[in-house]
Design a protein around this ligand. Structure first.
Ligand code: UTP
Length: 335
């Protein structure tokens, strides 16, 4: 049986405000998680599923994204659509009309998914990835009846279920999707100030279109510092990575880029050191150090260090006597 060819639509135009200050100068999708930038994980996943055509919606700091993708993914046929202002996910995808025809697979630019994408593409139905979460109020939420989605709502106060929409959508006929988006944009309707993709999908369902929920477990958010570190832990746990360092103790799982220089340090567990970074005489665990950063004499945990940042601590010499208490953490100092 001939496989149907899907085009991936990946919106990456958002400003990533929850990851400031990193995203003041760097687009979210270029931040390192595990052994490569977020967008690298997404494009590798698409490649693995046999997808060749990708349409990226860029906006905020889009030139940097184009440079990275153009250099590292020459084997993919990548086209770009500009979203001048982040008016919402629905708006971003609506802008790709006329550029994408036939089957489309929409994948969000700030989540890493560990799921068989062929499950979505081989299904005779259009599909949406969902996951049961404890508090669905900050997600798009679906209600399911007889195996199909019967209603959808974006960030509802009173969620109809605990099934959150988690960033993969497949459409065998993208023309139908674009028609719903066109109607939404024409109507001027926004939810929480944005043209929401969930609202366009709700229009499809209202028209009797069948959308099948596909439950996935492997969903890793990269939108906030704590979730980025959590995703980093997951990625480092799931593979074997280089970790060469000089005169240092490595506590796996760890990734140290072959072009990074680490010496006289204790690294790990759950630490990524990006390309060209330098770490000297430091102890780092559960952290991400982005490319070309420089860290010396530091003890870091649960930290994100941006590209080309410098973090330097101090080396002290003490001769501490009986009953001394030396604190560098400032606790109680203000009282
Ligand atoms: P998010 O809302 O999670 O990303 O959108 P954001 O807006 O960049 O982040 P915050 O909320 O300010 O921290 C999910 C995905 O949709 C894209 C984003 O780039 C991200 O990949 N998106 C969102 C767009 O491309 N355009 C938009 O108008 C909104």
């Amino acid at each position: 049986m001939k496989k149907i060819e899907f085009t991936a639509v990946v919106p990456v135009a958002g400003a990533g405000t929850r990851l400031r200050p990193h995203t003041y100068t760097y687009p979210k999708v270029l931040l390192t998680v595990g052994d490569k930038p977020i967008i690298g994980h997404i494009l590798d996943e698409l490649k693995e599923a046999g997808i060749r055509k990708v349409c990226l919606v860029t906006g905020y700091l889009g030139e940097k994204i184009k440079e990275y993708v153009g250099t590292h993914y020459k084997e993919l046929e990548v086209s770009y659509v500009e979203q001048p202002e982040p008016k919402g996910l629905g708006h971003a995808i609506w802008l790709t009309r006329g550029r994408v025809t036939g089957p489309a697979l929409v994948m969000l630019g700030d989540t890493i998914i560990s799921a068989d994408l062929r499950k979505f593409m081989d299904s005779p139905d259009d599909c949406i990835a969902v996951k049961e979460v404890a508090d669905p109020r900050r997600f798009g939420v679906v209600e399911v009846k007889k195996g199909y989605i019967s209603a959808l709502a974006e960030k509802p106060e009173n969620p109809p279920s605990k099934l959150a929409i988690v960033g993969i959508y497949s459409f065998r006929n993208s023309a139908r999707l674009y028609a719903a988006l066109e109607r939404l944009v024409d109507s001027g309707r926004t939810t929480k100030g944005e043209i929401q993709f969930t609202d366009a999908l709700a229009l499809l369902v209202k028209d009797g279109h069948k959308l099948r929920p596909v439950a996935i477990d492997g969903w890793y958010d990269c939108g906030k510092p704590e979730t980025l570190l959590e995703t980093n832990r997951y990625i480092l746990n799931s593979g074997k990575f280089p970790s060469k360092a000089k005169n240092s103790l490595i506590l796996p799982p760890v990734y140290i880029s072959p072009s990074a220089k680490v010496e006289n340090s204790i690294i790990g567990p759950y630490t990524s050191i990006g390309d060209g970074a330098r770490v000297v005489s430091s102890i780092i665990s559960d952290s991400i150090v982005n490319e070309n950063a420089f860290i010396i004499n530091m003890n870091l945990s649960g930290s994100l260090v941006g590209p080309s940042a410098t973090v330097a601590g101090r080396k002290d010499k003490l001769n501490v006597g009986e009953n001394s208490e030396i604190r560098f953490d400032r606790t109680d100092c203000d009282s």
